[in-house]
Write a protein that binds this ligand. Structure first.
Ligand code: GLN
Length: 284
């Protein structure tokens, strides 16, 4: 009989061969997933044993991870802004740095009651649902080009009872209802360059490329979003917040300035990289 502790140690050794992985954490997360227990259980009961069937199924999960499947696609979930979201290969896996978009959005919404918000390219629904949880008074429209992503996002909305988010299928602002303008538009669009070597690293090869890649300079979708948002979609005094690549802040500033937006500011993520840029539609 093999104990939980021994199982974790051997899985950790196997996972050490996988680049961009966190062997100790991932071995534990996969065992928790298999046993349907919290992580504290593994520390409380290291001497408990696995049945041969459990051990076999755990080995299969480790094999799947070693073949490059992201851990979030194996467990089918990822934490974002204190919510557990379901994720699948149809959606980008929410990243911790994207929480900065939520944080800055909430900051700009202070003092606005019943604000109207749009989350463009919502994927699993992460940003829209985090904002909905914090601002029950907000009306939130979330869009995505992918019908499968929207199915996932709607399920996440339902499981957290965040009914004030309405989902629309289509490209960026084109998907939004005609004639509606917003206090705040937020987006984590694709922003990676077509030939960026990062695309072959970590979880990226298994994620939908439409959620990652945006033309030869990575800015095609950001250009479109800025153009559409400033063509009647942002209210006067409304904010546009965009996530972008760590090397794109200057170009994004230029695009925003040329589009007539003001109060442009970039914020750094937890790794110290310039990661989001916010800007405001000037009062007319
Ligand atoms: N932040 C992701 C990465 O570089 C990319 C997400 C995106 O393109 N929006 O891993």
């Amino acid at each position: 009989m093999i104990t939980l502790q021994q199982t974790l140690q051997s899985a950790k050794r196997r996972l050490a061969d996988l680049p961009h992985a966190n062997p100790e954490l991932e071995a534990a997360l996969l065992l928790c997933h298999l046993l349907d227990k919290p992580r504290s259980y593994l520390f409380a009961w290291p001497e408990k044993t696995l049945t041969p069937d459990q051990y076999k199924r755990y080995t299969a999960l480790i094999d799947q991870r070693l073949s490059g499947t992201p851990i979030a696609y194996i467990t089918g979930m990822r934490e974002f802004w204190s919510m557990t979201l379901q994720v699948s290969p149809d959606t980008l896996i929410p990243r911790p740095e994207t929480e900065l978009l939520v944080e800055r959005s909430l900051y700009h919404l202070q003092g606005r009651s019943q604000p109207r918000l749009a989350d463009l390219g919502t994927g699993s629904g992460a940003i829209a649902l985090a904002l909905a949880g914090e601002r029950p008074d907000a009306q939130i429209h979330a869009t995505d080009l992918s019908a499968k992503a929207l199915t996932q996002a709607r399920e996440n909305a339902a499981s957290h009872s965040l009914n004030q988010v309405i989902f629309f299928q289509g490209s960026w602002c084109d998907a939004l209802p005609t004639g509606v303008s917003y206090d705040l538009i937020v987006s984590n669009p694709p922003y990676i360059e077509e030939d960026d070597p990062h695309l072959s690293q970590g979880d990226l090869p298994r994620e939908p490329s439409t959620a990652l890649v945006s033309g030869s300079d990575g800015l095609s979708d950001i250009r479109l979003i800025i153009q559409q948002a400033t063509a009647g979609r942002l209210k006067s005094g409304g904010w546009l917040l965009l996530e972008h690549g760590y090397q794109q802040a200057t170009e994004v500033h230029d695009l925003l300035r040329k589009a007539g937006l003001a109060e442009i500011a970039t914020h750094q993520d937890l790794a110290g990289q310039p990661r989001i840029t916010e800007s405001r539609m000037v009062e007319k």
